[in-house]
Design a protein around this ligand. Structure first.
Ligand code: LLP
Length: 452
């Protein structure tokens, strides 16, 4: 803590001779840093940061009372990885990063969805994490598996030898004819998200039931890359296409039995699924064979120091309202992130440390080729030094990897304790869209996976 104190005072001292413009810029940066520190640390620090952020610009000398930082990082949640810290420290390899998934957490999350009183069927969107043990756990808890490619269908069949095809929902986008043909031959549920398959390959759908994905035109989600609705979005049918879809389906001798919306990912407002349900139910009035409304996935999760994710009770209240308004329809949902994000962490070792006039860097042996979310979406992941979990932060650091890109940064301006080469760094909420989005960029293999 003393270092952080000295550092902040030093930064002010260094620039006291500079122009007013520089001074204001620095002042803004310090305010930003203080509010970041405040949100990461316990209440007394929070209050202090607020006070400091309100301090007037020029001439203010910021001092931090060391007593204010007497306690460790803020994290009131009973996170599984705190309980399993010793196991994780023992598991972390000396020379390569590792994802670790807690199957109890997967099971608890999957059970929550499977047992939502007003949900008829829950599906795990396995694109979030296709580890065989995760698939088995979600399936055992009562969820079906939502697959976006035939390769995911194959992986599901391999992981679960007695897999019931009635528990596979295939939702491809712009894929080739052969994938539809194979999936239909296997007898899975199929969601179509364009007219082309019905126009070009009507023979495939003969005597089959299908679900149609509709674009509700209102994008949602934590970043524009994960918004899957809107006028220029590649997913789903526009409402104006539905009349033609019905006549094509009639000509192909298939029945449209369901409607689907997935508007985006990382949505924290439970009312979203109520809105989607009403939107689909209104369309379904014109379509007599509809019996399923699939409300999609997209459920946001908690960050220990960030926004709060979806509360299952509030979500079920939305479903209950839908059920009472539209009792004829079975309600389906297909979350991915909600099932696995908090069940996974990425462990990496500290490789090098660097201090520049403006920043401190902590280098770790995992890069954006293991977890691309911060680089691609600016996504926030909480980061702790697991080796020194209970030590007091004394500096603010950039947590970076070994990949040859400036975007190879897991976290910016993170309060960290004194850190040494070889320490184990934990990146939280790594269970969803982590390893599955990994690459071999720079010929570095992405982190491997393990379960506990
Ligand atoms: N259903 C469909 C049709 C989807 O496209 C998706 C996700 C899901 C369900 C599951 O969504 P979830 O519950 O996981 O939000 N890589 C991004 C997320 C991309 C989501 C793609 N589709 C990220 O790391 O945030």
């Amino acid at each position: 803590m003393e270092n952080a104190h000295n550092w902040i005072v030093l930064k002010f001292g260094e620039t006291s001779e500079k122009s007013l413009q520089d001074w204001c810029a620095l002042s803004k940066r310090i305010k930003h840093l203080l509010s970041r520190i405040g949100s990461m640390l316990k209440g007394n620090w929070r209050t202090l940061a607020r006070q400091q952020a309100n301090a007037s610009d020029a001439g203010d000398r910021i001092t931090l009372d060391q007593n204010d930082a007497s306690s460790g990082p803020l994290d009131p949640r009973p996170l599984w990885w705190r309980r399993r810290r010793d196991d994780l420290l023992a598991l972390c390899p000396p020379d390569r990063p590792l994802y670790v998934y807690d199957l109890e957490t997967v099971s608890a999350r999957a059970t929550t969805i499977a047992n939502l009183p007003h949900l008829d069927r829950g599906w795990y969107a396995m694109k979030a994490n296709g580890h065989p043990d995760v698939l088995r756990t979600a399936y055992a808890a009562g969820l079906g598996l939502e697959c976006v490619s035939i390769a995911e269908v194959h992986a599901a069949r391999e992981a679960i030898p007695d897999l019931d095809m009635d528990r596979i929902l295939f939702t491809p986008n712009f894929t080739a004819r052969a994938e539809y043909a194979e999936a239909l031959a296997l007898g899975v549920h199929l969601t179509l998200d364009g007219l082309y398959p019905l126009q070009a390959w009507p023979e495939l759908f003969d005597e089959h039931d299908i679900i149609l994905r509709v674009n509700p035109q209102t994008p949602e989600g934590h970043h524009r890359h994960v918004q899957t609705a809107g006028p220029d979005c590649k997913f789903g049918l526009h409402a104006g296409d539905l009349v033609e879809a019905q006549s094509l389906a009639g000509a192909a001798h298939c029945r449209i039995v369901g409607l689907h919306v997935h508007a985006g990912s990382g949505i924290n407002d439970p009312q979203h699924w109520g809105r989607v349900g009403r939107f689909l139910a209104e369309i379904a009035r014109q379509m007599p064979d509809i019996r399923i409304l699939d409300l999609g996935g997209g459920l946001g999760v908690d960050n220990a120091t960030g926004p709060q994710g979806i509360n299952a009770r509030a979500l079920d209240a939305e479903l209950a309202t839908l059920k009472s308004a539209y009792p004829d329809y079975a309600l389906w949902m297909e979350p991915g992130r909600f099932i696995v994000a908090e069940a996974g962490v990425l462990l990496a070792r500290v490789t090098q440390l660097k201090r520049t006039p403006d920043a401190w860097f902590i280098g770790i042996n995992a890069g954006m080729n293991s977890l691309i979310r911060p680089a691609l979406y600016g996504a926030h992941h909480d980061i702790v030094n697991l080796t020194r979990l209970h030590d007091t932060p004394d500096h603010i650091a950039e947590i970076v990897g070994p990949i040859c890109e400036t975007a190879d940064r897991f976290g910016a301006q993170r309060p960290m304790p004194p850190t040494r080469e070889g320490d184990v760094i934990l990146v939280d909420n790594g269970g969803a869209y982590g390893r599955v989005m990994g690459s071999h960029y720079n010929m570095r293999p992405p982190a491997e996976e393990s379960v506990i």
